[in-house]
Design a binder for this molecule. Structure first.
Ligand code: ADP
Length: 194
């Protein structure tokens, strides 16, 4: 089973990704994690993307395509995977279609964890106030910038999957458990899980 999970910054995407990985025994493919690892290890790639990420902008598609192609070449993805943070713009979505067509695999579910803009903004502000900032791109002004990037670049991708009739919009304003339950009910309805 292959899944794409969308959610604006502050929507709770990471939490739900973890839930799905455990519940359905999937591999997580998070471009954000891969890029942060490169930055931490100070690789050539890490140096190229560090400032871009710290500003909340998208890293160039070419870099993302090479990360994704390499990752999808590994055996373990046959188990089923969840894309978290990819595709983030229309070019990436089109490229993903090409890649998976070539590989003869398909997407089973696309979820958008939908949260009202005002709630996102207030979650972002609270998060920045209360928690110790562990990520450079987690300050409130950068989070607001990332929200803008989401609206500008990623919203059209939601429309792309909506037109293909494979988008499931999930109300992201309930409790964590309610959101998880809504997602897993959709999966279990269409997919026999043992
Ligand atoms: P979030 O906390 O919103 O889930 P991520 O961890 O997915 O964010 O991504 C963090 C940063 O990494 C993004 O703001 C962006 O700079 C970069 N990034 C991650 N995935 C992509 C992608 N698919 N395309 C371009 N940039 C990306």
């Amino acid at each position: 089973m292959n899944i794409i999970l969308f959610g604006a910054p502050g929507a709770g995407k990471g939490t739900q990704a973890n839930f799905l990985i455990n519940e359905f025994d999937l591999i997580q493919i998070s471009t954000g994690d891969m890029l942060r690892e490169a930055v931490k290890l100070k690789t050539e790639l890490g140096k190229q993307v560090e400032t871009i990420m710290a500003n909340g902008d998208l890293v160039p598609d070419k870099i993302i395509f090479s990360l994704i192609s390499d990752r999808l070449n590994k055996e373990d993805i046959k188990k089923g995977f969840i894309f978290d943070g990819f595709p983030r713009n229309l070019k990436q979505a089109q490229k993903l279609d090409e890649i998976i067509n070539d590989m003869n695999i398909k997407l089973d579910f696309v979820f958008h964890i939908d949260v009202d803009e005002e709630i996102l903004t207030s979650r972002i502000e609270n998060r920045a106030k209360q928690e110790k900032i562990t990520r450079k791109d987690d300050t409130s002004s950068i989070l607001i910038e990332r929200l803008k990037v989401f609206n500008r670049e990623t919203k059209p991708v939601l429309e792309y999957y909506s037109n293909k009739k494979i988008l499931n919009v999930i109300d992201g304003m309930g409790t964590i458990e309610e959101v998880s339950l809504n997602i897993s009910m959709i999966i279990k309805k269409d997919f026999k899980v043992d």
